[in-house]
Design a binder for this molecule. Structure first.
Ligand code: ADP
Ligand code: MG
Length: 245
């Protein structure tokens, strides 16, 4: 059934910048409807891998599979077409425009025609996932946590089925983090597949089902968050023995 179905699979993904290997033969798989962490210290290669999945970079080697079919992600439009939604920070939104305008921007949908209808559609989408946001609000007036919800809605509006969030809690207050975590759990329960990129172990343990730990561009573990102790995960991440406070 869908619980055990692999949604995304990477086989041997490699990315070099000159002679530097940022992603070294990375393999992982993510089951549909689960939250998978990409955990690693700064410089481990997490964002590089995300940029490959979003069509920004081409890998030098390896293959990406979506639902067991090999795919070529050679542009951001292709990533969107394939149902991959990147959740960027607020600066990807246009602050002078409303929530609705930002969400439909670039889809070919017209602003003026059917604006009321679009607002209704976005309100319904936001209610399904408890992504509370006023579709008429100007994005620049909204707190960062709400702007992030607009980014999530934007991806859902484009019918994303795989959501990738790169260090999404870095810009949030503790209460915004709590609310993001609740939203991500609800999205996964509704069948969305989520990749949560972070260097914060506690967040990964509390939110994610499975985890790929990257160190210096290499996978040092593909495991579940429950199979290993926080101590083990932390040591894998940094590559030496440590004492957790
Ligand atoms: P992370 O997101 O885990 O912090 P990155 O994927 O951003 O790591 O970076 C991994 C390594 O690759 C870093 O050493 C970084 O300096 C290098 N790197 C990333 N992007 C580029 C680039 N466009 N050109 C050269 N080096 C890069
Ligand atoms: Mg990064």
């Amino acid at each position: 059934d869908s619980i055990d179905m692999t949604y995304l699979r990477l086989e041997g993904i490699t990315k070099r910048f000159g002679s530097f290997v940022a992603n070294d033969n990375i393999s992982l798989s993510v089951a549909a409807g689960t939250i998978h962490a990409l955990l690693g210290e700064n410089g481990a290669g997490k964002s590089t891998l995300m940029n490959i999945l979003s069509g920004l970079y081409q890998p030098d080697g390896g293959q990406i599979y979506l639902e067991d079919k090999p795919v070529l992600i050679n542009s951001s439009n292709k990533a969107i077409q394939l149902g991959i939604g990147m959740i960027h920070q607020h600066f990807m939104l246009v602050p002078q425009l409303t929530v609705t305008e930002n969400i439909i921007l670039g889809t070919g949908d017209r602003f003026n025609l059917n604006l009321r209808h679009k607002q209704q559609e976005i309100t319904e989408l936001s209610q399904i996932y408890s992504l509370e946001v006023d579709p008429k609000a100007k994005v620049g007036d909204l707190p960062v946590g709400v702007q992030q919800r607009v980014e999530i809605l934007k991806a859902l509006y484009r019918q994303a089925r795989l959501l990738i969030l790169d260090e999404p809690t870095a810009v949030l207050t503790p209460s915004e983090v709590e609310s993001l975590i609740a939203i991500l759990r609800q999205l996964a329960a509704a069948g969305q597949t989520i990749i949560f990129i972070s260097h914060k172990l506690e967040e990964v343990i509390s939110l994610c089902d499975t985890v790929t730990i990257l160190r210096r561009g290499q996978v040092v573990a593909n495991t579940t968050t429950k199979a290993s102790s926080p101590q083990q995960l932390a040591e894998l991440m940094v590559g030496r023995e440590i004492v957790l406070q």
